[in-house]
Design a protein around this ligand. Structure first.
Ligand code: APR
Length: 250
């Protein structure tokens, strides 16, 4: 069932009434930029097992293979442009005094679109971290870097500065998000399958706070039964529809 104009109006009304807005995004908001999701029909994990590529064990076993996968993904993302969903979230950020965008995405597209009050729960694919000294550096694939092993100035091996399965998420990002949620008045979950922890715990936590909640996803997810309003729609369509009703009411 497609989302109706009445549902977009209901979502817009929730956001109009709120003085502070928390947004959590997943790979679905970048899907319309041509960046594959992880678990959808064309998902990245369909062709690889997570254990083969996105774990510390996989990296220590074959760092060249893991870097080749991240360099391949960087190549796809560098050709991608932020889409209407990213731009609508920039417009929403400008409308709220108190706004926080917590993204699970590592593709940097929210920043490229102009979002600023963004926290990256799973790191950033264009940043690398030294396995020896811990230094973080910007890292984008050089044209001729096929299967090279990037090194830190200290000589240590660089790894992608992203959170792998089995690794802890950045505690400062988590704490800032939880602190923000204590005073948020509305929460929007967009383009996430809601199955990867600890991000998957946030919708339930938000619900317990009595905050008005909205989901945007063409498919139902575990979040669907938790939120007040679930829009069965693509982010690139739903977010501009909602933002338009807020900015040009009537
Ligand atoms: N608009 C909105 N949602 C969409 C769109 C779209 N155009 N296209 C697909 N989706 C939805 C899918 O229905 C799916 O529910 O986006 C969701 C993407 O889910 P995942 O691929 O599981 O991505 P995500 O939820 O971000 O995964 C969380 O898992 O692999 C790890 O670290 C990785 O951050 C990632 C985490």
């Amino acid at each position: 069932m497609d989302t109706t104009s009445e549902q977009y109006e209901r979502a817009a009304e929730v956001l109009r009434q709120a003085l502070s807005l928390f947004v959590m995004t997943g790979a679905g908001v970048s899907a319309e930029s041509g960046v594959p999701t992880f678990r959808g029909a064309d998902g990245l994990w369909r062709n690889y097992s997570a254990a083969d590529l996105a774990t510390p064990e996989a990296f220590s076993k074959d760092p060249a293979l893991v870097w080749a996968w991240y360099h391949w993904r960087q190549g796809i993302i560098l050709k991608a442009q932020p889409n209407a969903a990213h731009r609508a979230l920039v417009a929403l950020e400008a409308r709220f005094e108190r706004f926080l965008l917590l993204t699970q995405n590592v593709d940097n597209l929210h920043f490229r679109a102009g979002s600023r009050r963004v926290l990256e729960l799973h790191g950033n694919i264009f940043r690398a971290r030294c396995c020896r000294c811990g230094r973080k550096v910007p890292h984008t694939i050089e044209e001729d870097a096929a299967r090279s092993l990037p090194e830190c100035a200290c000589g240590g091996l660089l790894r992608p500065d992203v959170v792998w399965f089995g690794e802890a998420i950045p505690s400062d990002v988590w704490q800032e998000s939880v602190d923000f949620l204590k005073e948020a008045q509305a929460a929007l979950f967009c383009g996430t399958s809601g199955v990867v922890w600890p991000a998957a715990a946030i919708p339930g936590f938000v619900r317990e706070q009595g905050i008005k909640t909205i989901e945007i996803n063409p498919e139902p997810t575990p979040i669907t039964s938790i939120v007040d309003l679930s829009l069965r729609a693509k982010a690139g369509k739903a977010l501009p529809e909602i933002v338009r009703r807020i900015i040009e009411p009537g």
